[in-house]
Design a protein around this ligand. Structure first.
Ligand SMILES: [Zn+2]
Length: 161
């Protein structure tokens, strides 16, 4: 079971069960793995394809994670770095569910406020970070506590260390 690109070459093996994250902006597959906290040590088979021809002009990345179903909060996280992504749930080689990721209007916790003096960054304060999503394309968040604006590059940088 293989997918073929327009030139007929076999690119990626279809998976039996698991999740396919498709239509990730080209070059952002690794960011998606980072934001999901997937390191490869979990034991799941993970297949990455980068810079795949999606249409004549656009290229995309695809991530396939075998034997894993993503939770709703994980889908929200993907939206932070890959707002156009689609999530396909695969069972026995068939797509049984297809969802677009969508940034919620409020994001809690996942991201650290870039203002180091923000109350959410004080270790002694058990305050959960909370952000208002001010823009979805491109992603921009506003800290509910100090009003610092956090853009896409800041978000990606947090998952690259
Ligand atoms: Zn803040």
């Amino acid at each position: 079971m293989h997918e073929k690109d327009p030139t007929g070459k076999i690119r990626i093996v279809k998976i039996k069960d698991g999740t396919v994250i498709d239509h990730i902006r080209a070059g952002h597959a690794l960011d998606v793995l980072r934001i999901l906290g997937i390191t490869g040590k979990e034991g799941n088979i993970v297949t990455l394809a980068m810079n795949i021809s999606s249409s004549k002009i656009e290229r995309k990345d695809i991530v396939k994670i075998e034997d894993r179903i993503l939770k709703a909060e994980e889908l929200d996280r993907i939206a932070l770095v890959a707002p156009e992504a689609t999530i396909n749930l695969i069972e026995n080689y068939e797509v049984v569910q297809k969802n677009r990721v969508e940034l919620p209007n409020i994001i809690t916790d996942v991201i650290q406020c870039t203002n180091m003096r923000c109350i959410t960054n004080k270790e002694r304060e058990p305050i959960q970070a909370k952000y208002e999503v001010v823009s979805k394309h491109p992603t921009q968040l506003k800290c509910k506590y100090c009003w610092t604006l956090i853009n896409e590059d800041d978000i990606i940088a947090q998952f690259c260390s």
